[in-house]
Design a protein around this ligand. Sequence first.
Ligand code: PSU
Ligand code: MN
Length: 313
Amino acid sequence: MKLDIKPEVAEALKQGKAVVALESTIISHGMPYPQNVETAIAVEEIIRHAGAVPATIAILNGRCKVGLTHEEIEQLARAEGVIKTSRRDLPYVTASGRNGATTVAGTMIIANMAGIRVFVTGGIGGVHRGAEQTMDISADLSELARTEVAVVCAGAKSILDIGLTLEYLETQGVTVLGYKTDRFPAFYTRDSGFPVPYALHSAAEVAEVLAEKARLGLGGGTVIANPIPEEYALPESEIGAAIEAAIREANARGITGKEVTPFLLSRLGEITGGRSLEANIALVKHNARVGAEIALELANRIVPNPVERPLSQ
Ligand code: PSU
Ligand code: MN
């Protein structure tokens, strides 16, 4: 298998230590340069500082990388033609030897291959507004249904239909937990207007649910919804109007498929004069702290291994 696990990460996994996966679409398609590289490196530092080992996941020259060096992060951020890689894209990217930035779905798949159970990101993809017509439903959701990795995020952006996203997750049997909140957060804001099924109050409680999910052999992932810190949250009126404008523009330009999310993210950055980017960076860092704590708690529990860990190539 074209899987390269960075020695530091392989060693931590072998010893049953806490490892936290990180995605790379957020680097290549989610944030502008150089904030993308600065954030990716800062987030790794936060995880290390908390006592866990970070593993940023991407595909470089057709090989699935679990753990990138700072040079590799820089390379990915600067390279032209990096493919946004979700489940359907993976075999093409590895077969052709291209560079791929993994989405939540792509990162979950490779994290699971390596035996990593906790993954930190900003926001997950979801059911897009108007999906009744367009069928635009992120492959992140079907991945959460099948792959046993816990995803710490700040909910889903209201560029999506959050009500339908939660319905879809329920149908697919994805466990959704609110971290110190009983409201599902909407990325830039702390309350999407929808409740979470369960509010948990500590990393230990979350880890216990993850461990139990593994013991029950249920398979499939978990969403841990961690709201943006109050001081970084954007006013609903400001971000709501910016999202409406960005979606209208995407529709007018006929943007579809995998281009939709990156287009909306970059337009939102422009419309809010960089405030959405600041919020994005703050919430990812906060998620990193919480994700590391959960991974540390999980490492203290006896959890059956759902996959054979292919630690050798
Ligand atoms: N939402 C964000 N920032 C992101 C993404 C989503 O707030 O960077 C990225 C993630 O990698 C996610 C992907 O997995 O977009 C979803 O894309 P799509 O909707 O095309 O499945
Ligand atoms: Mn889509």
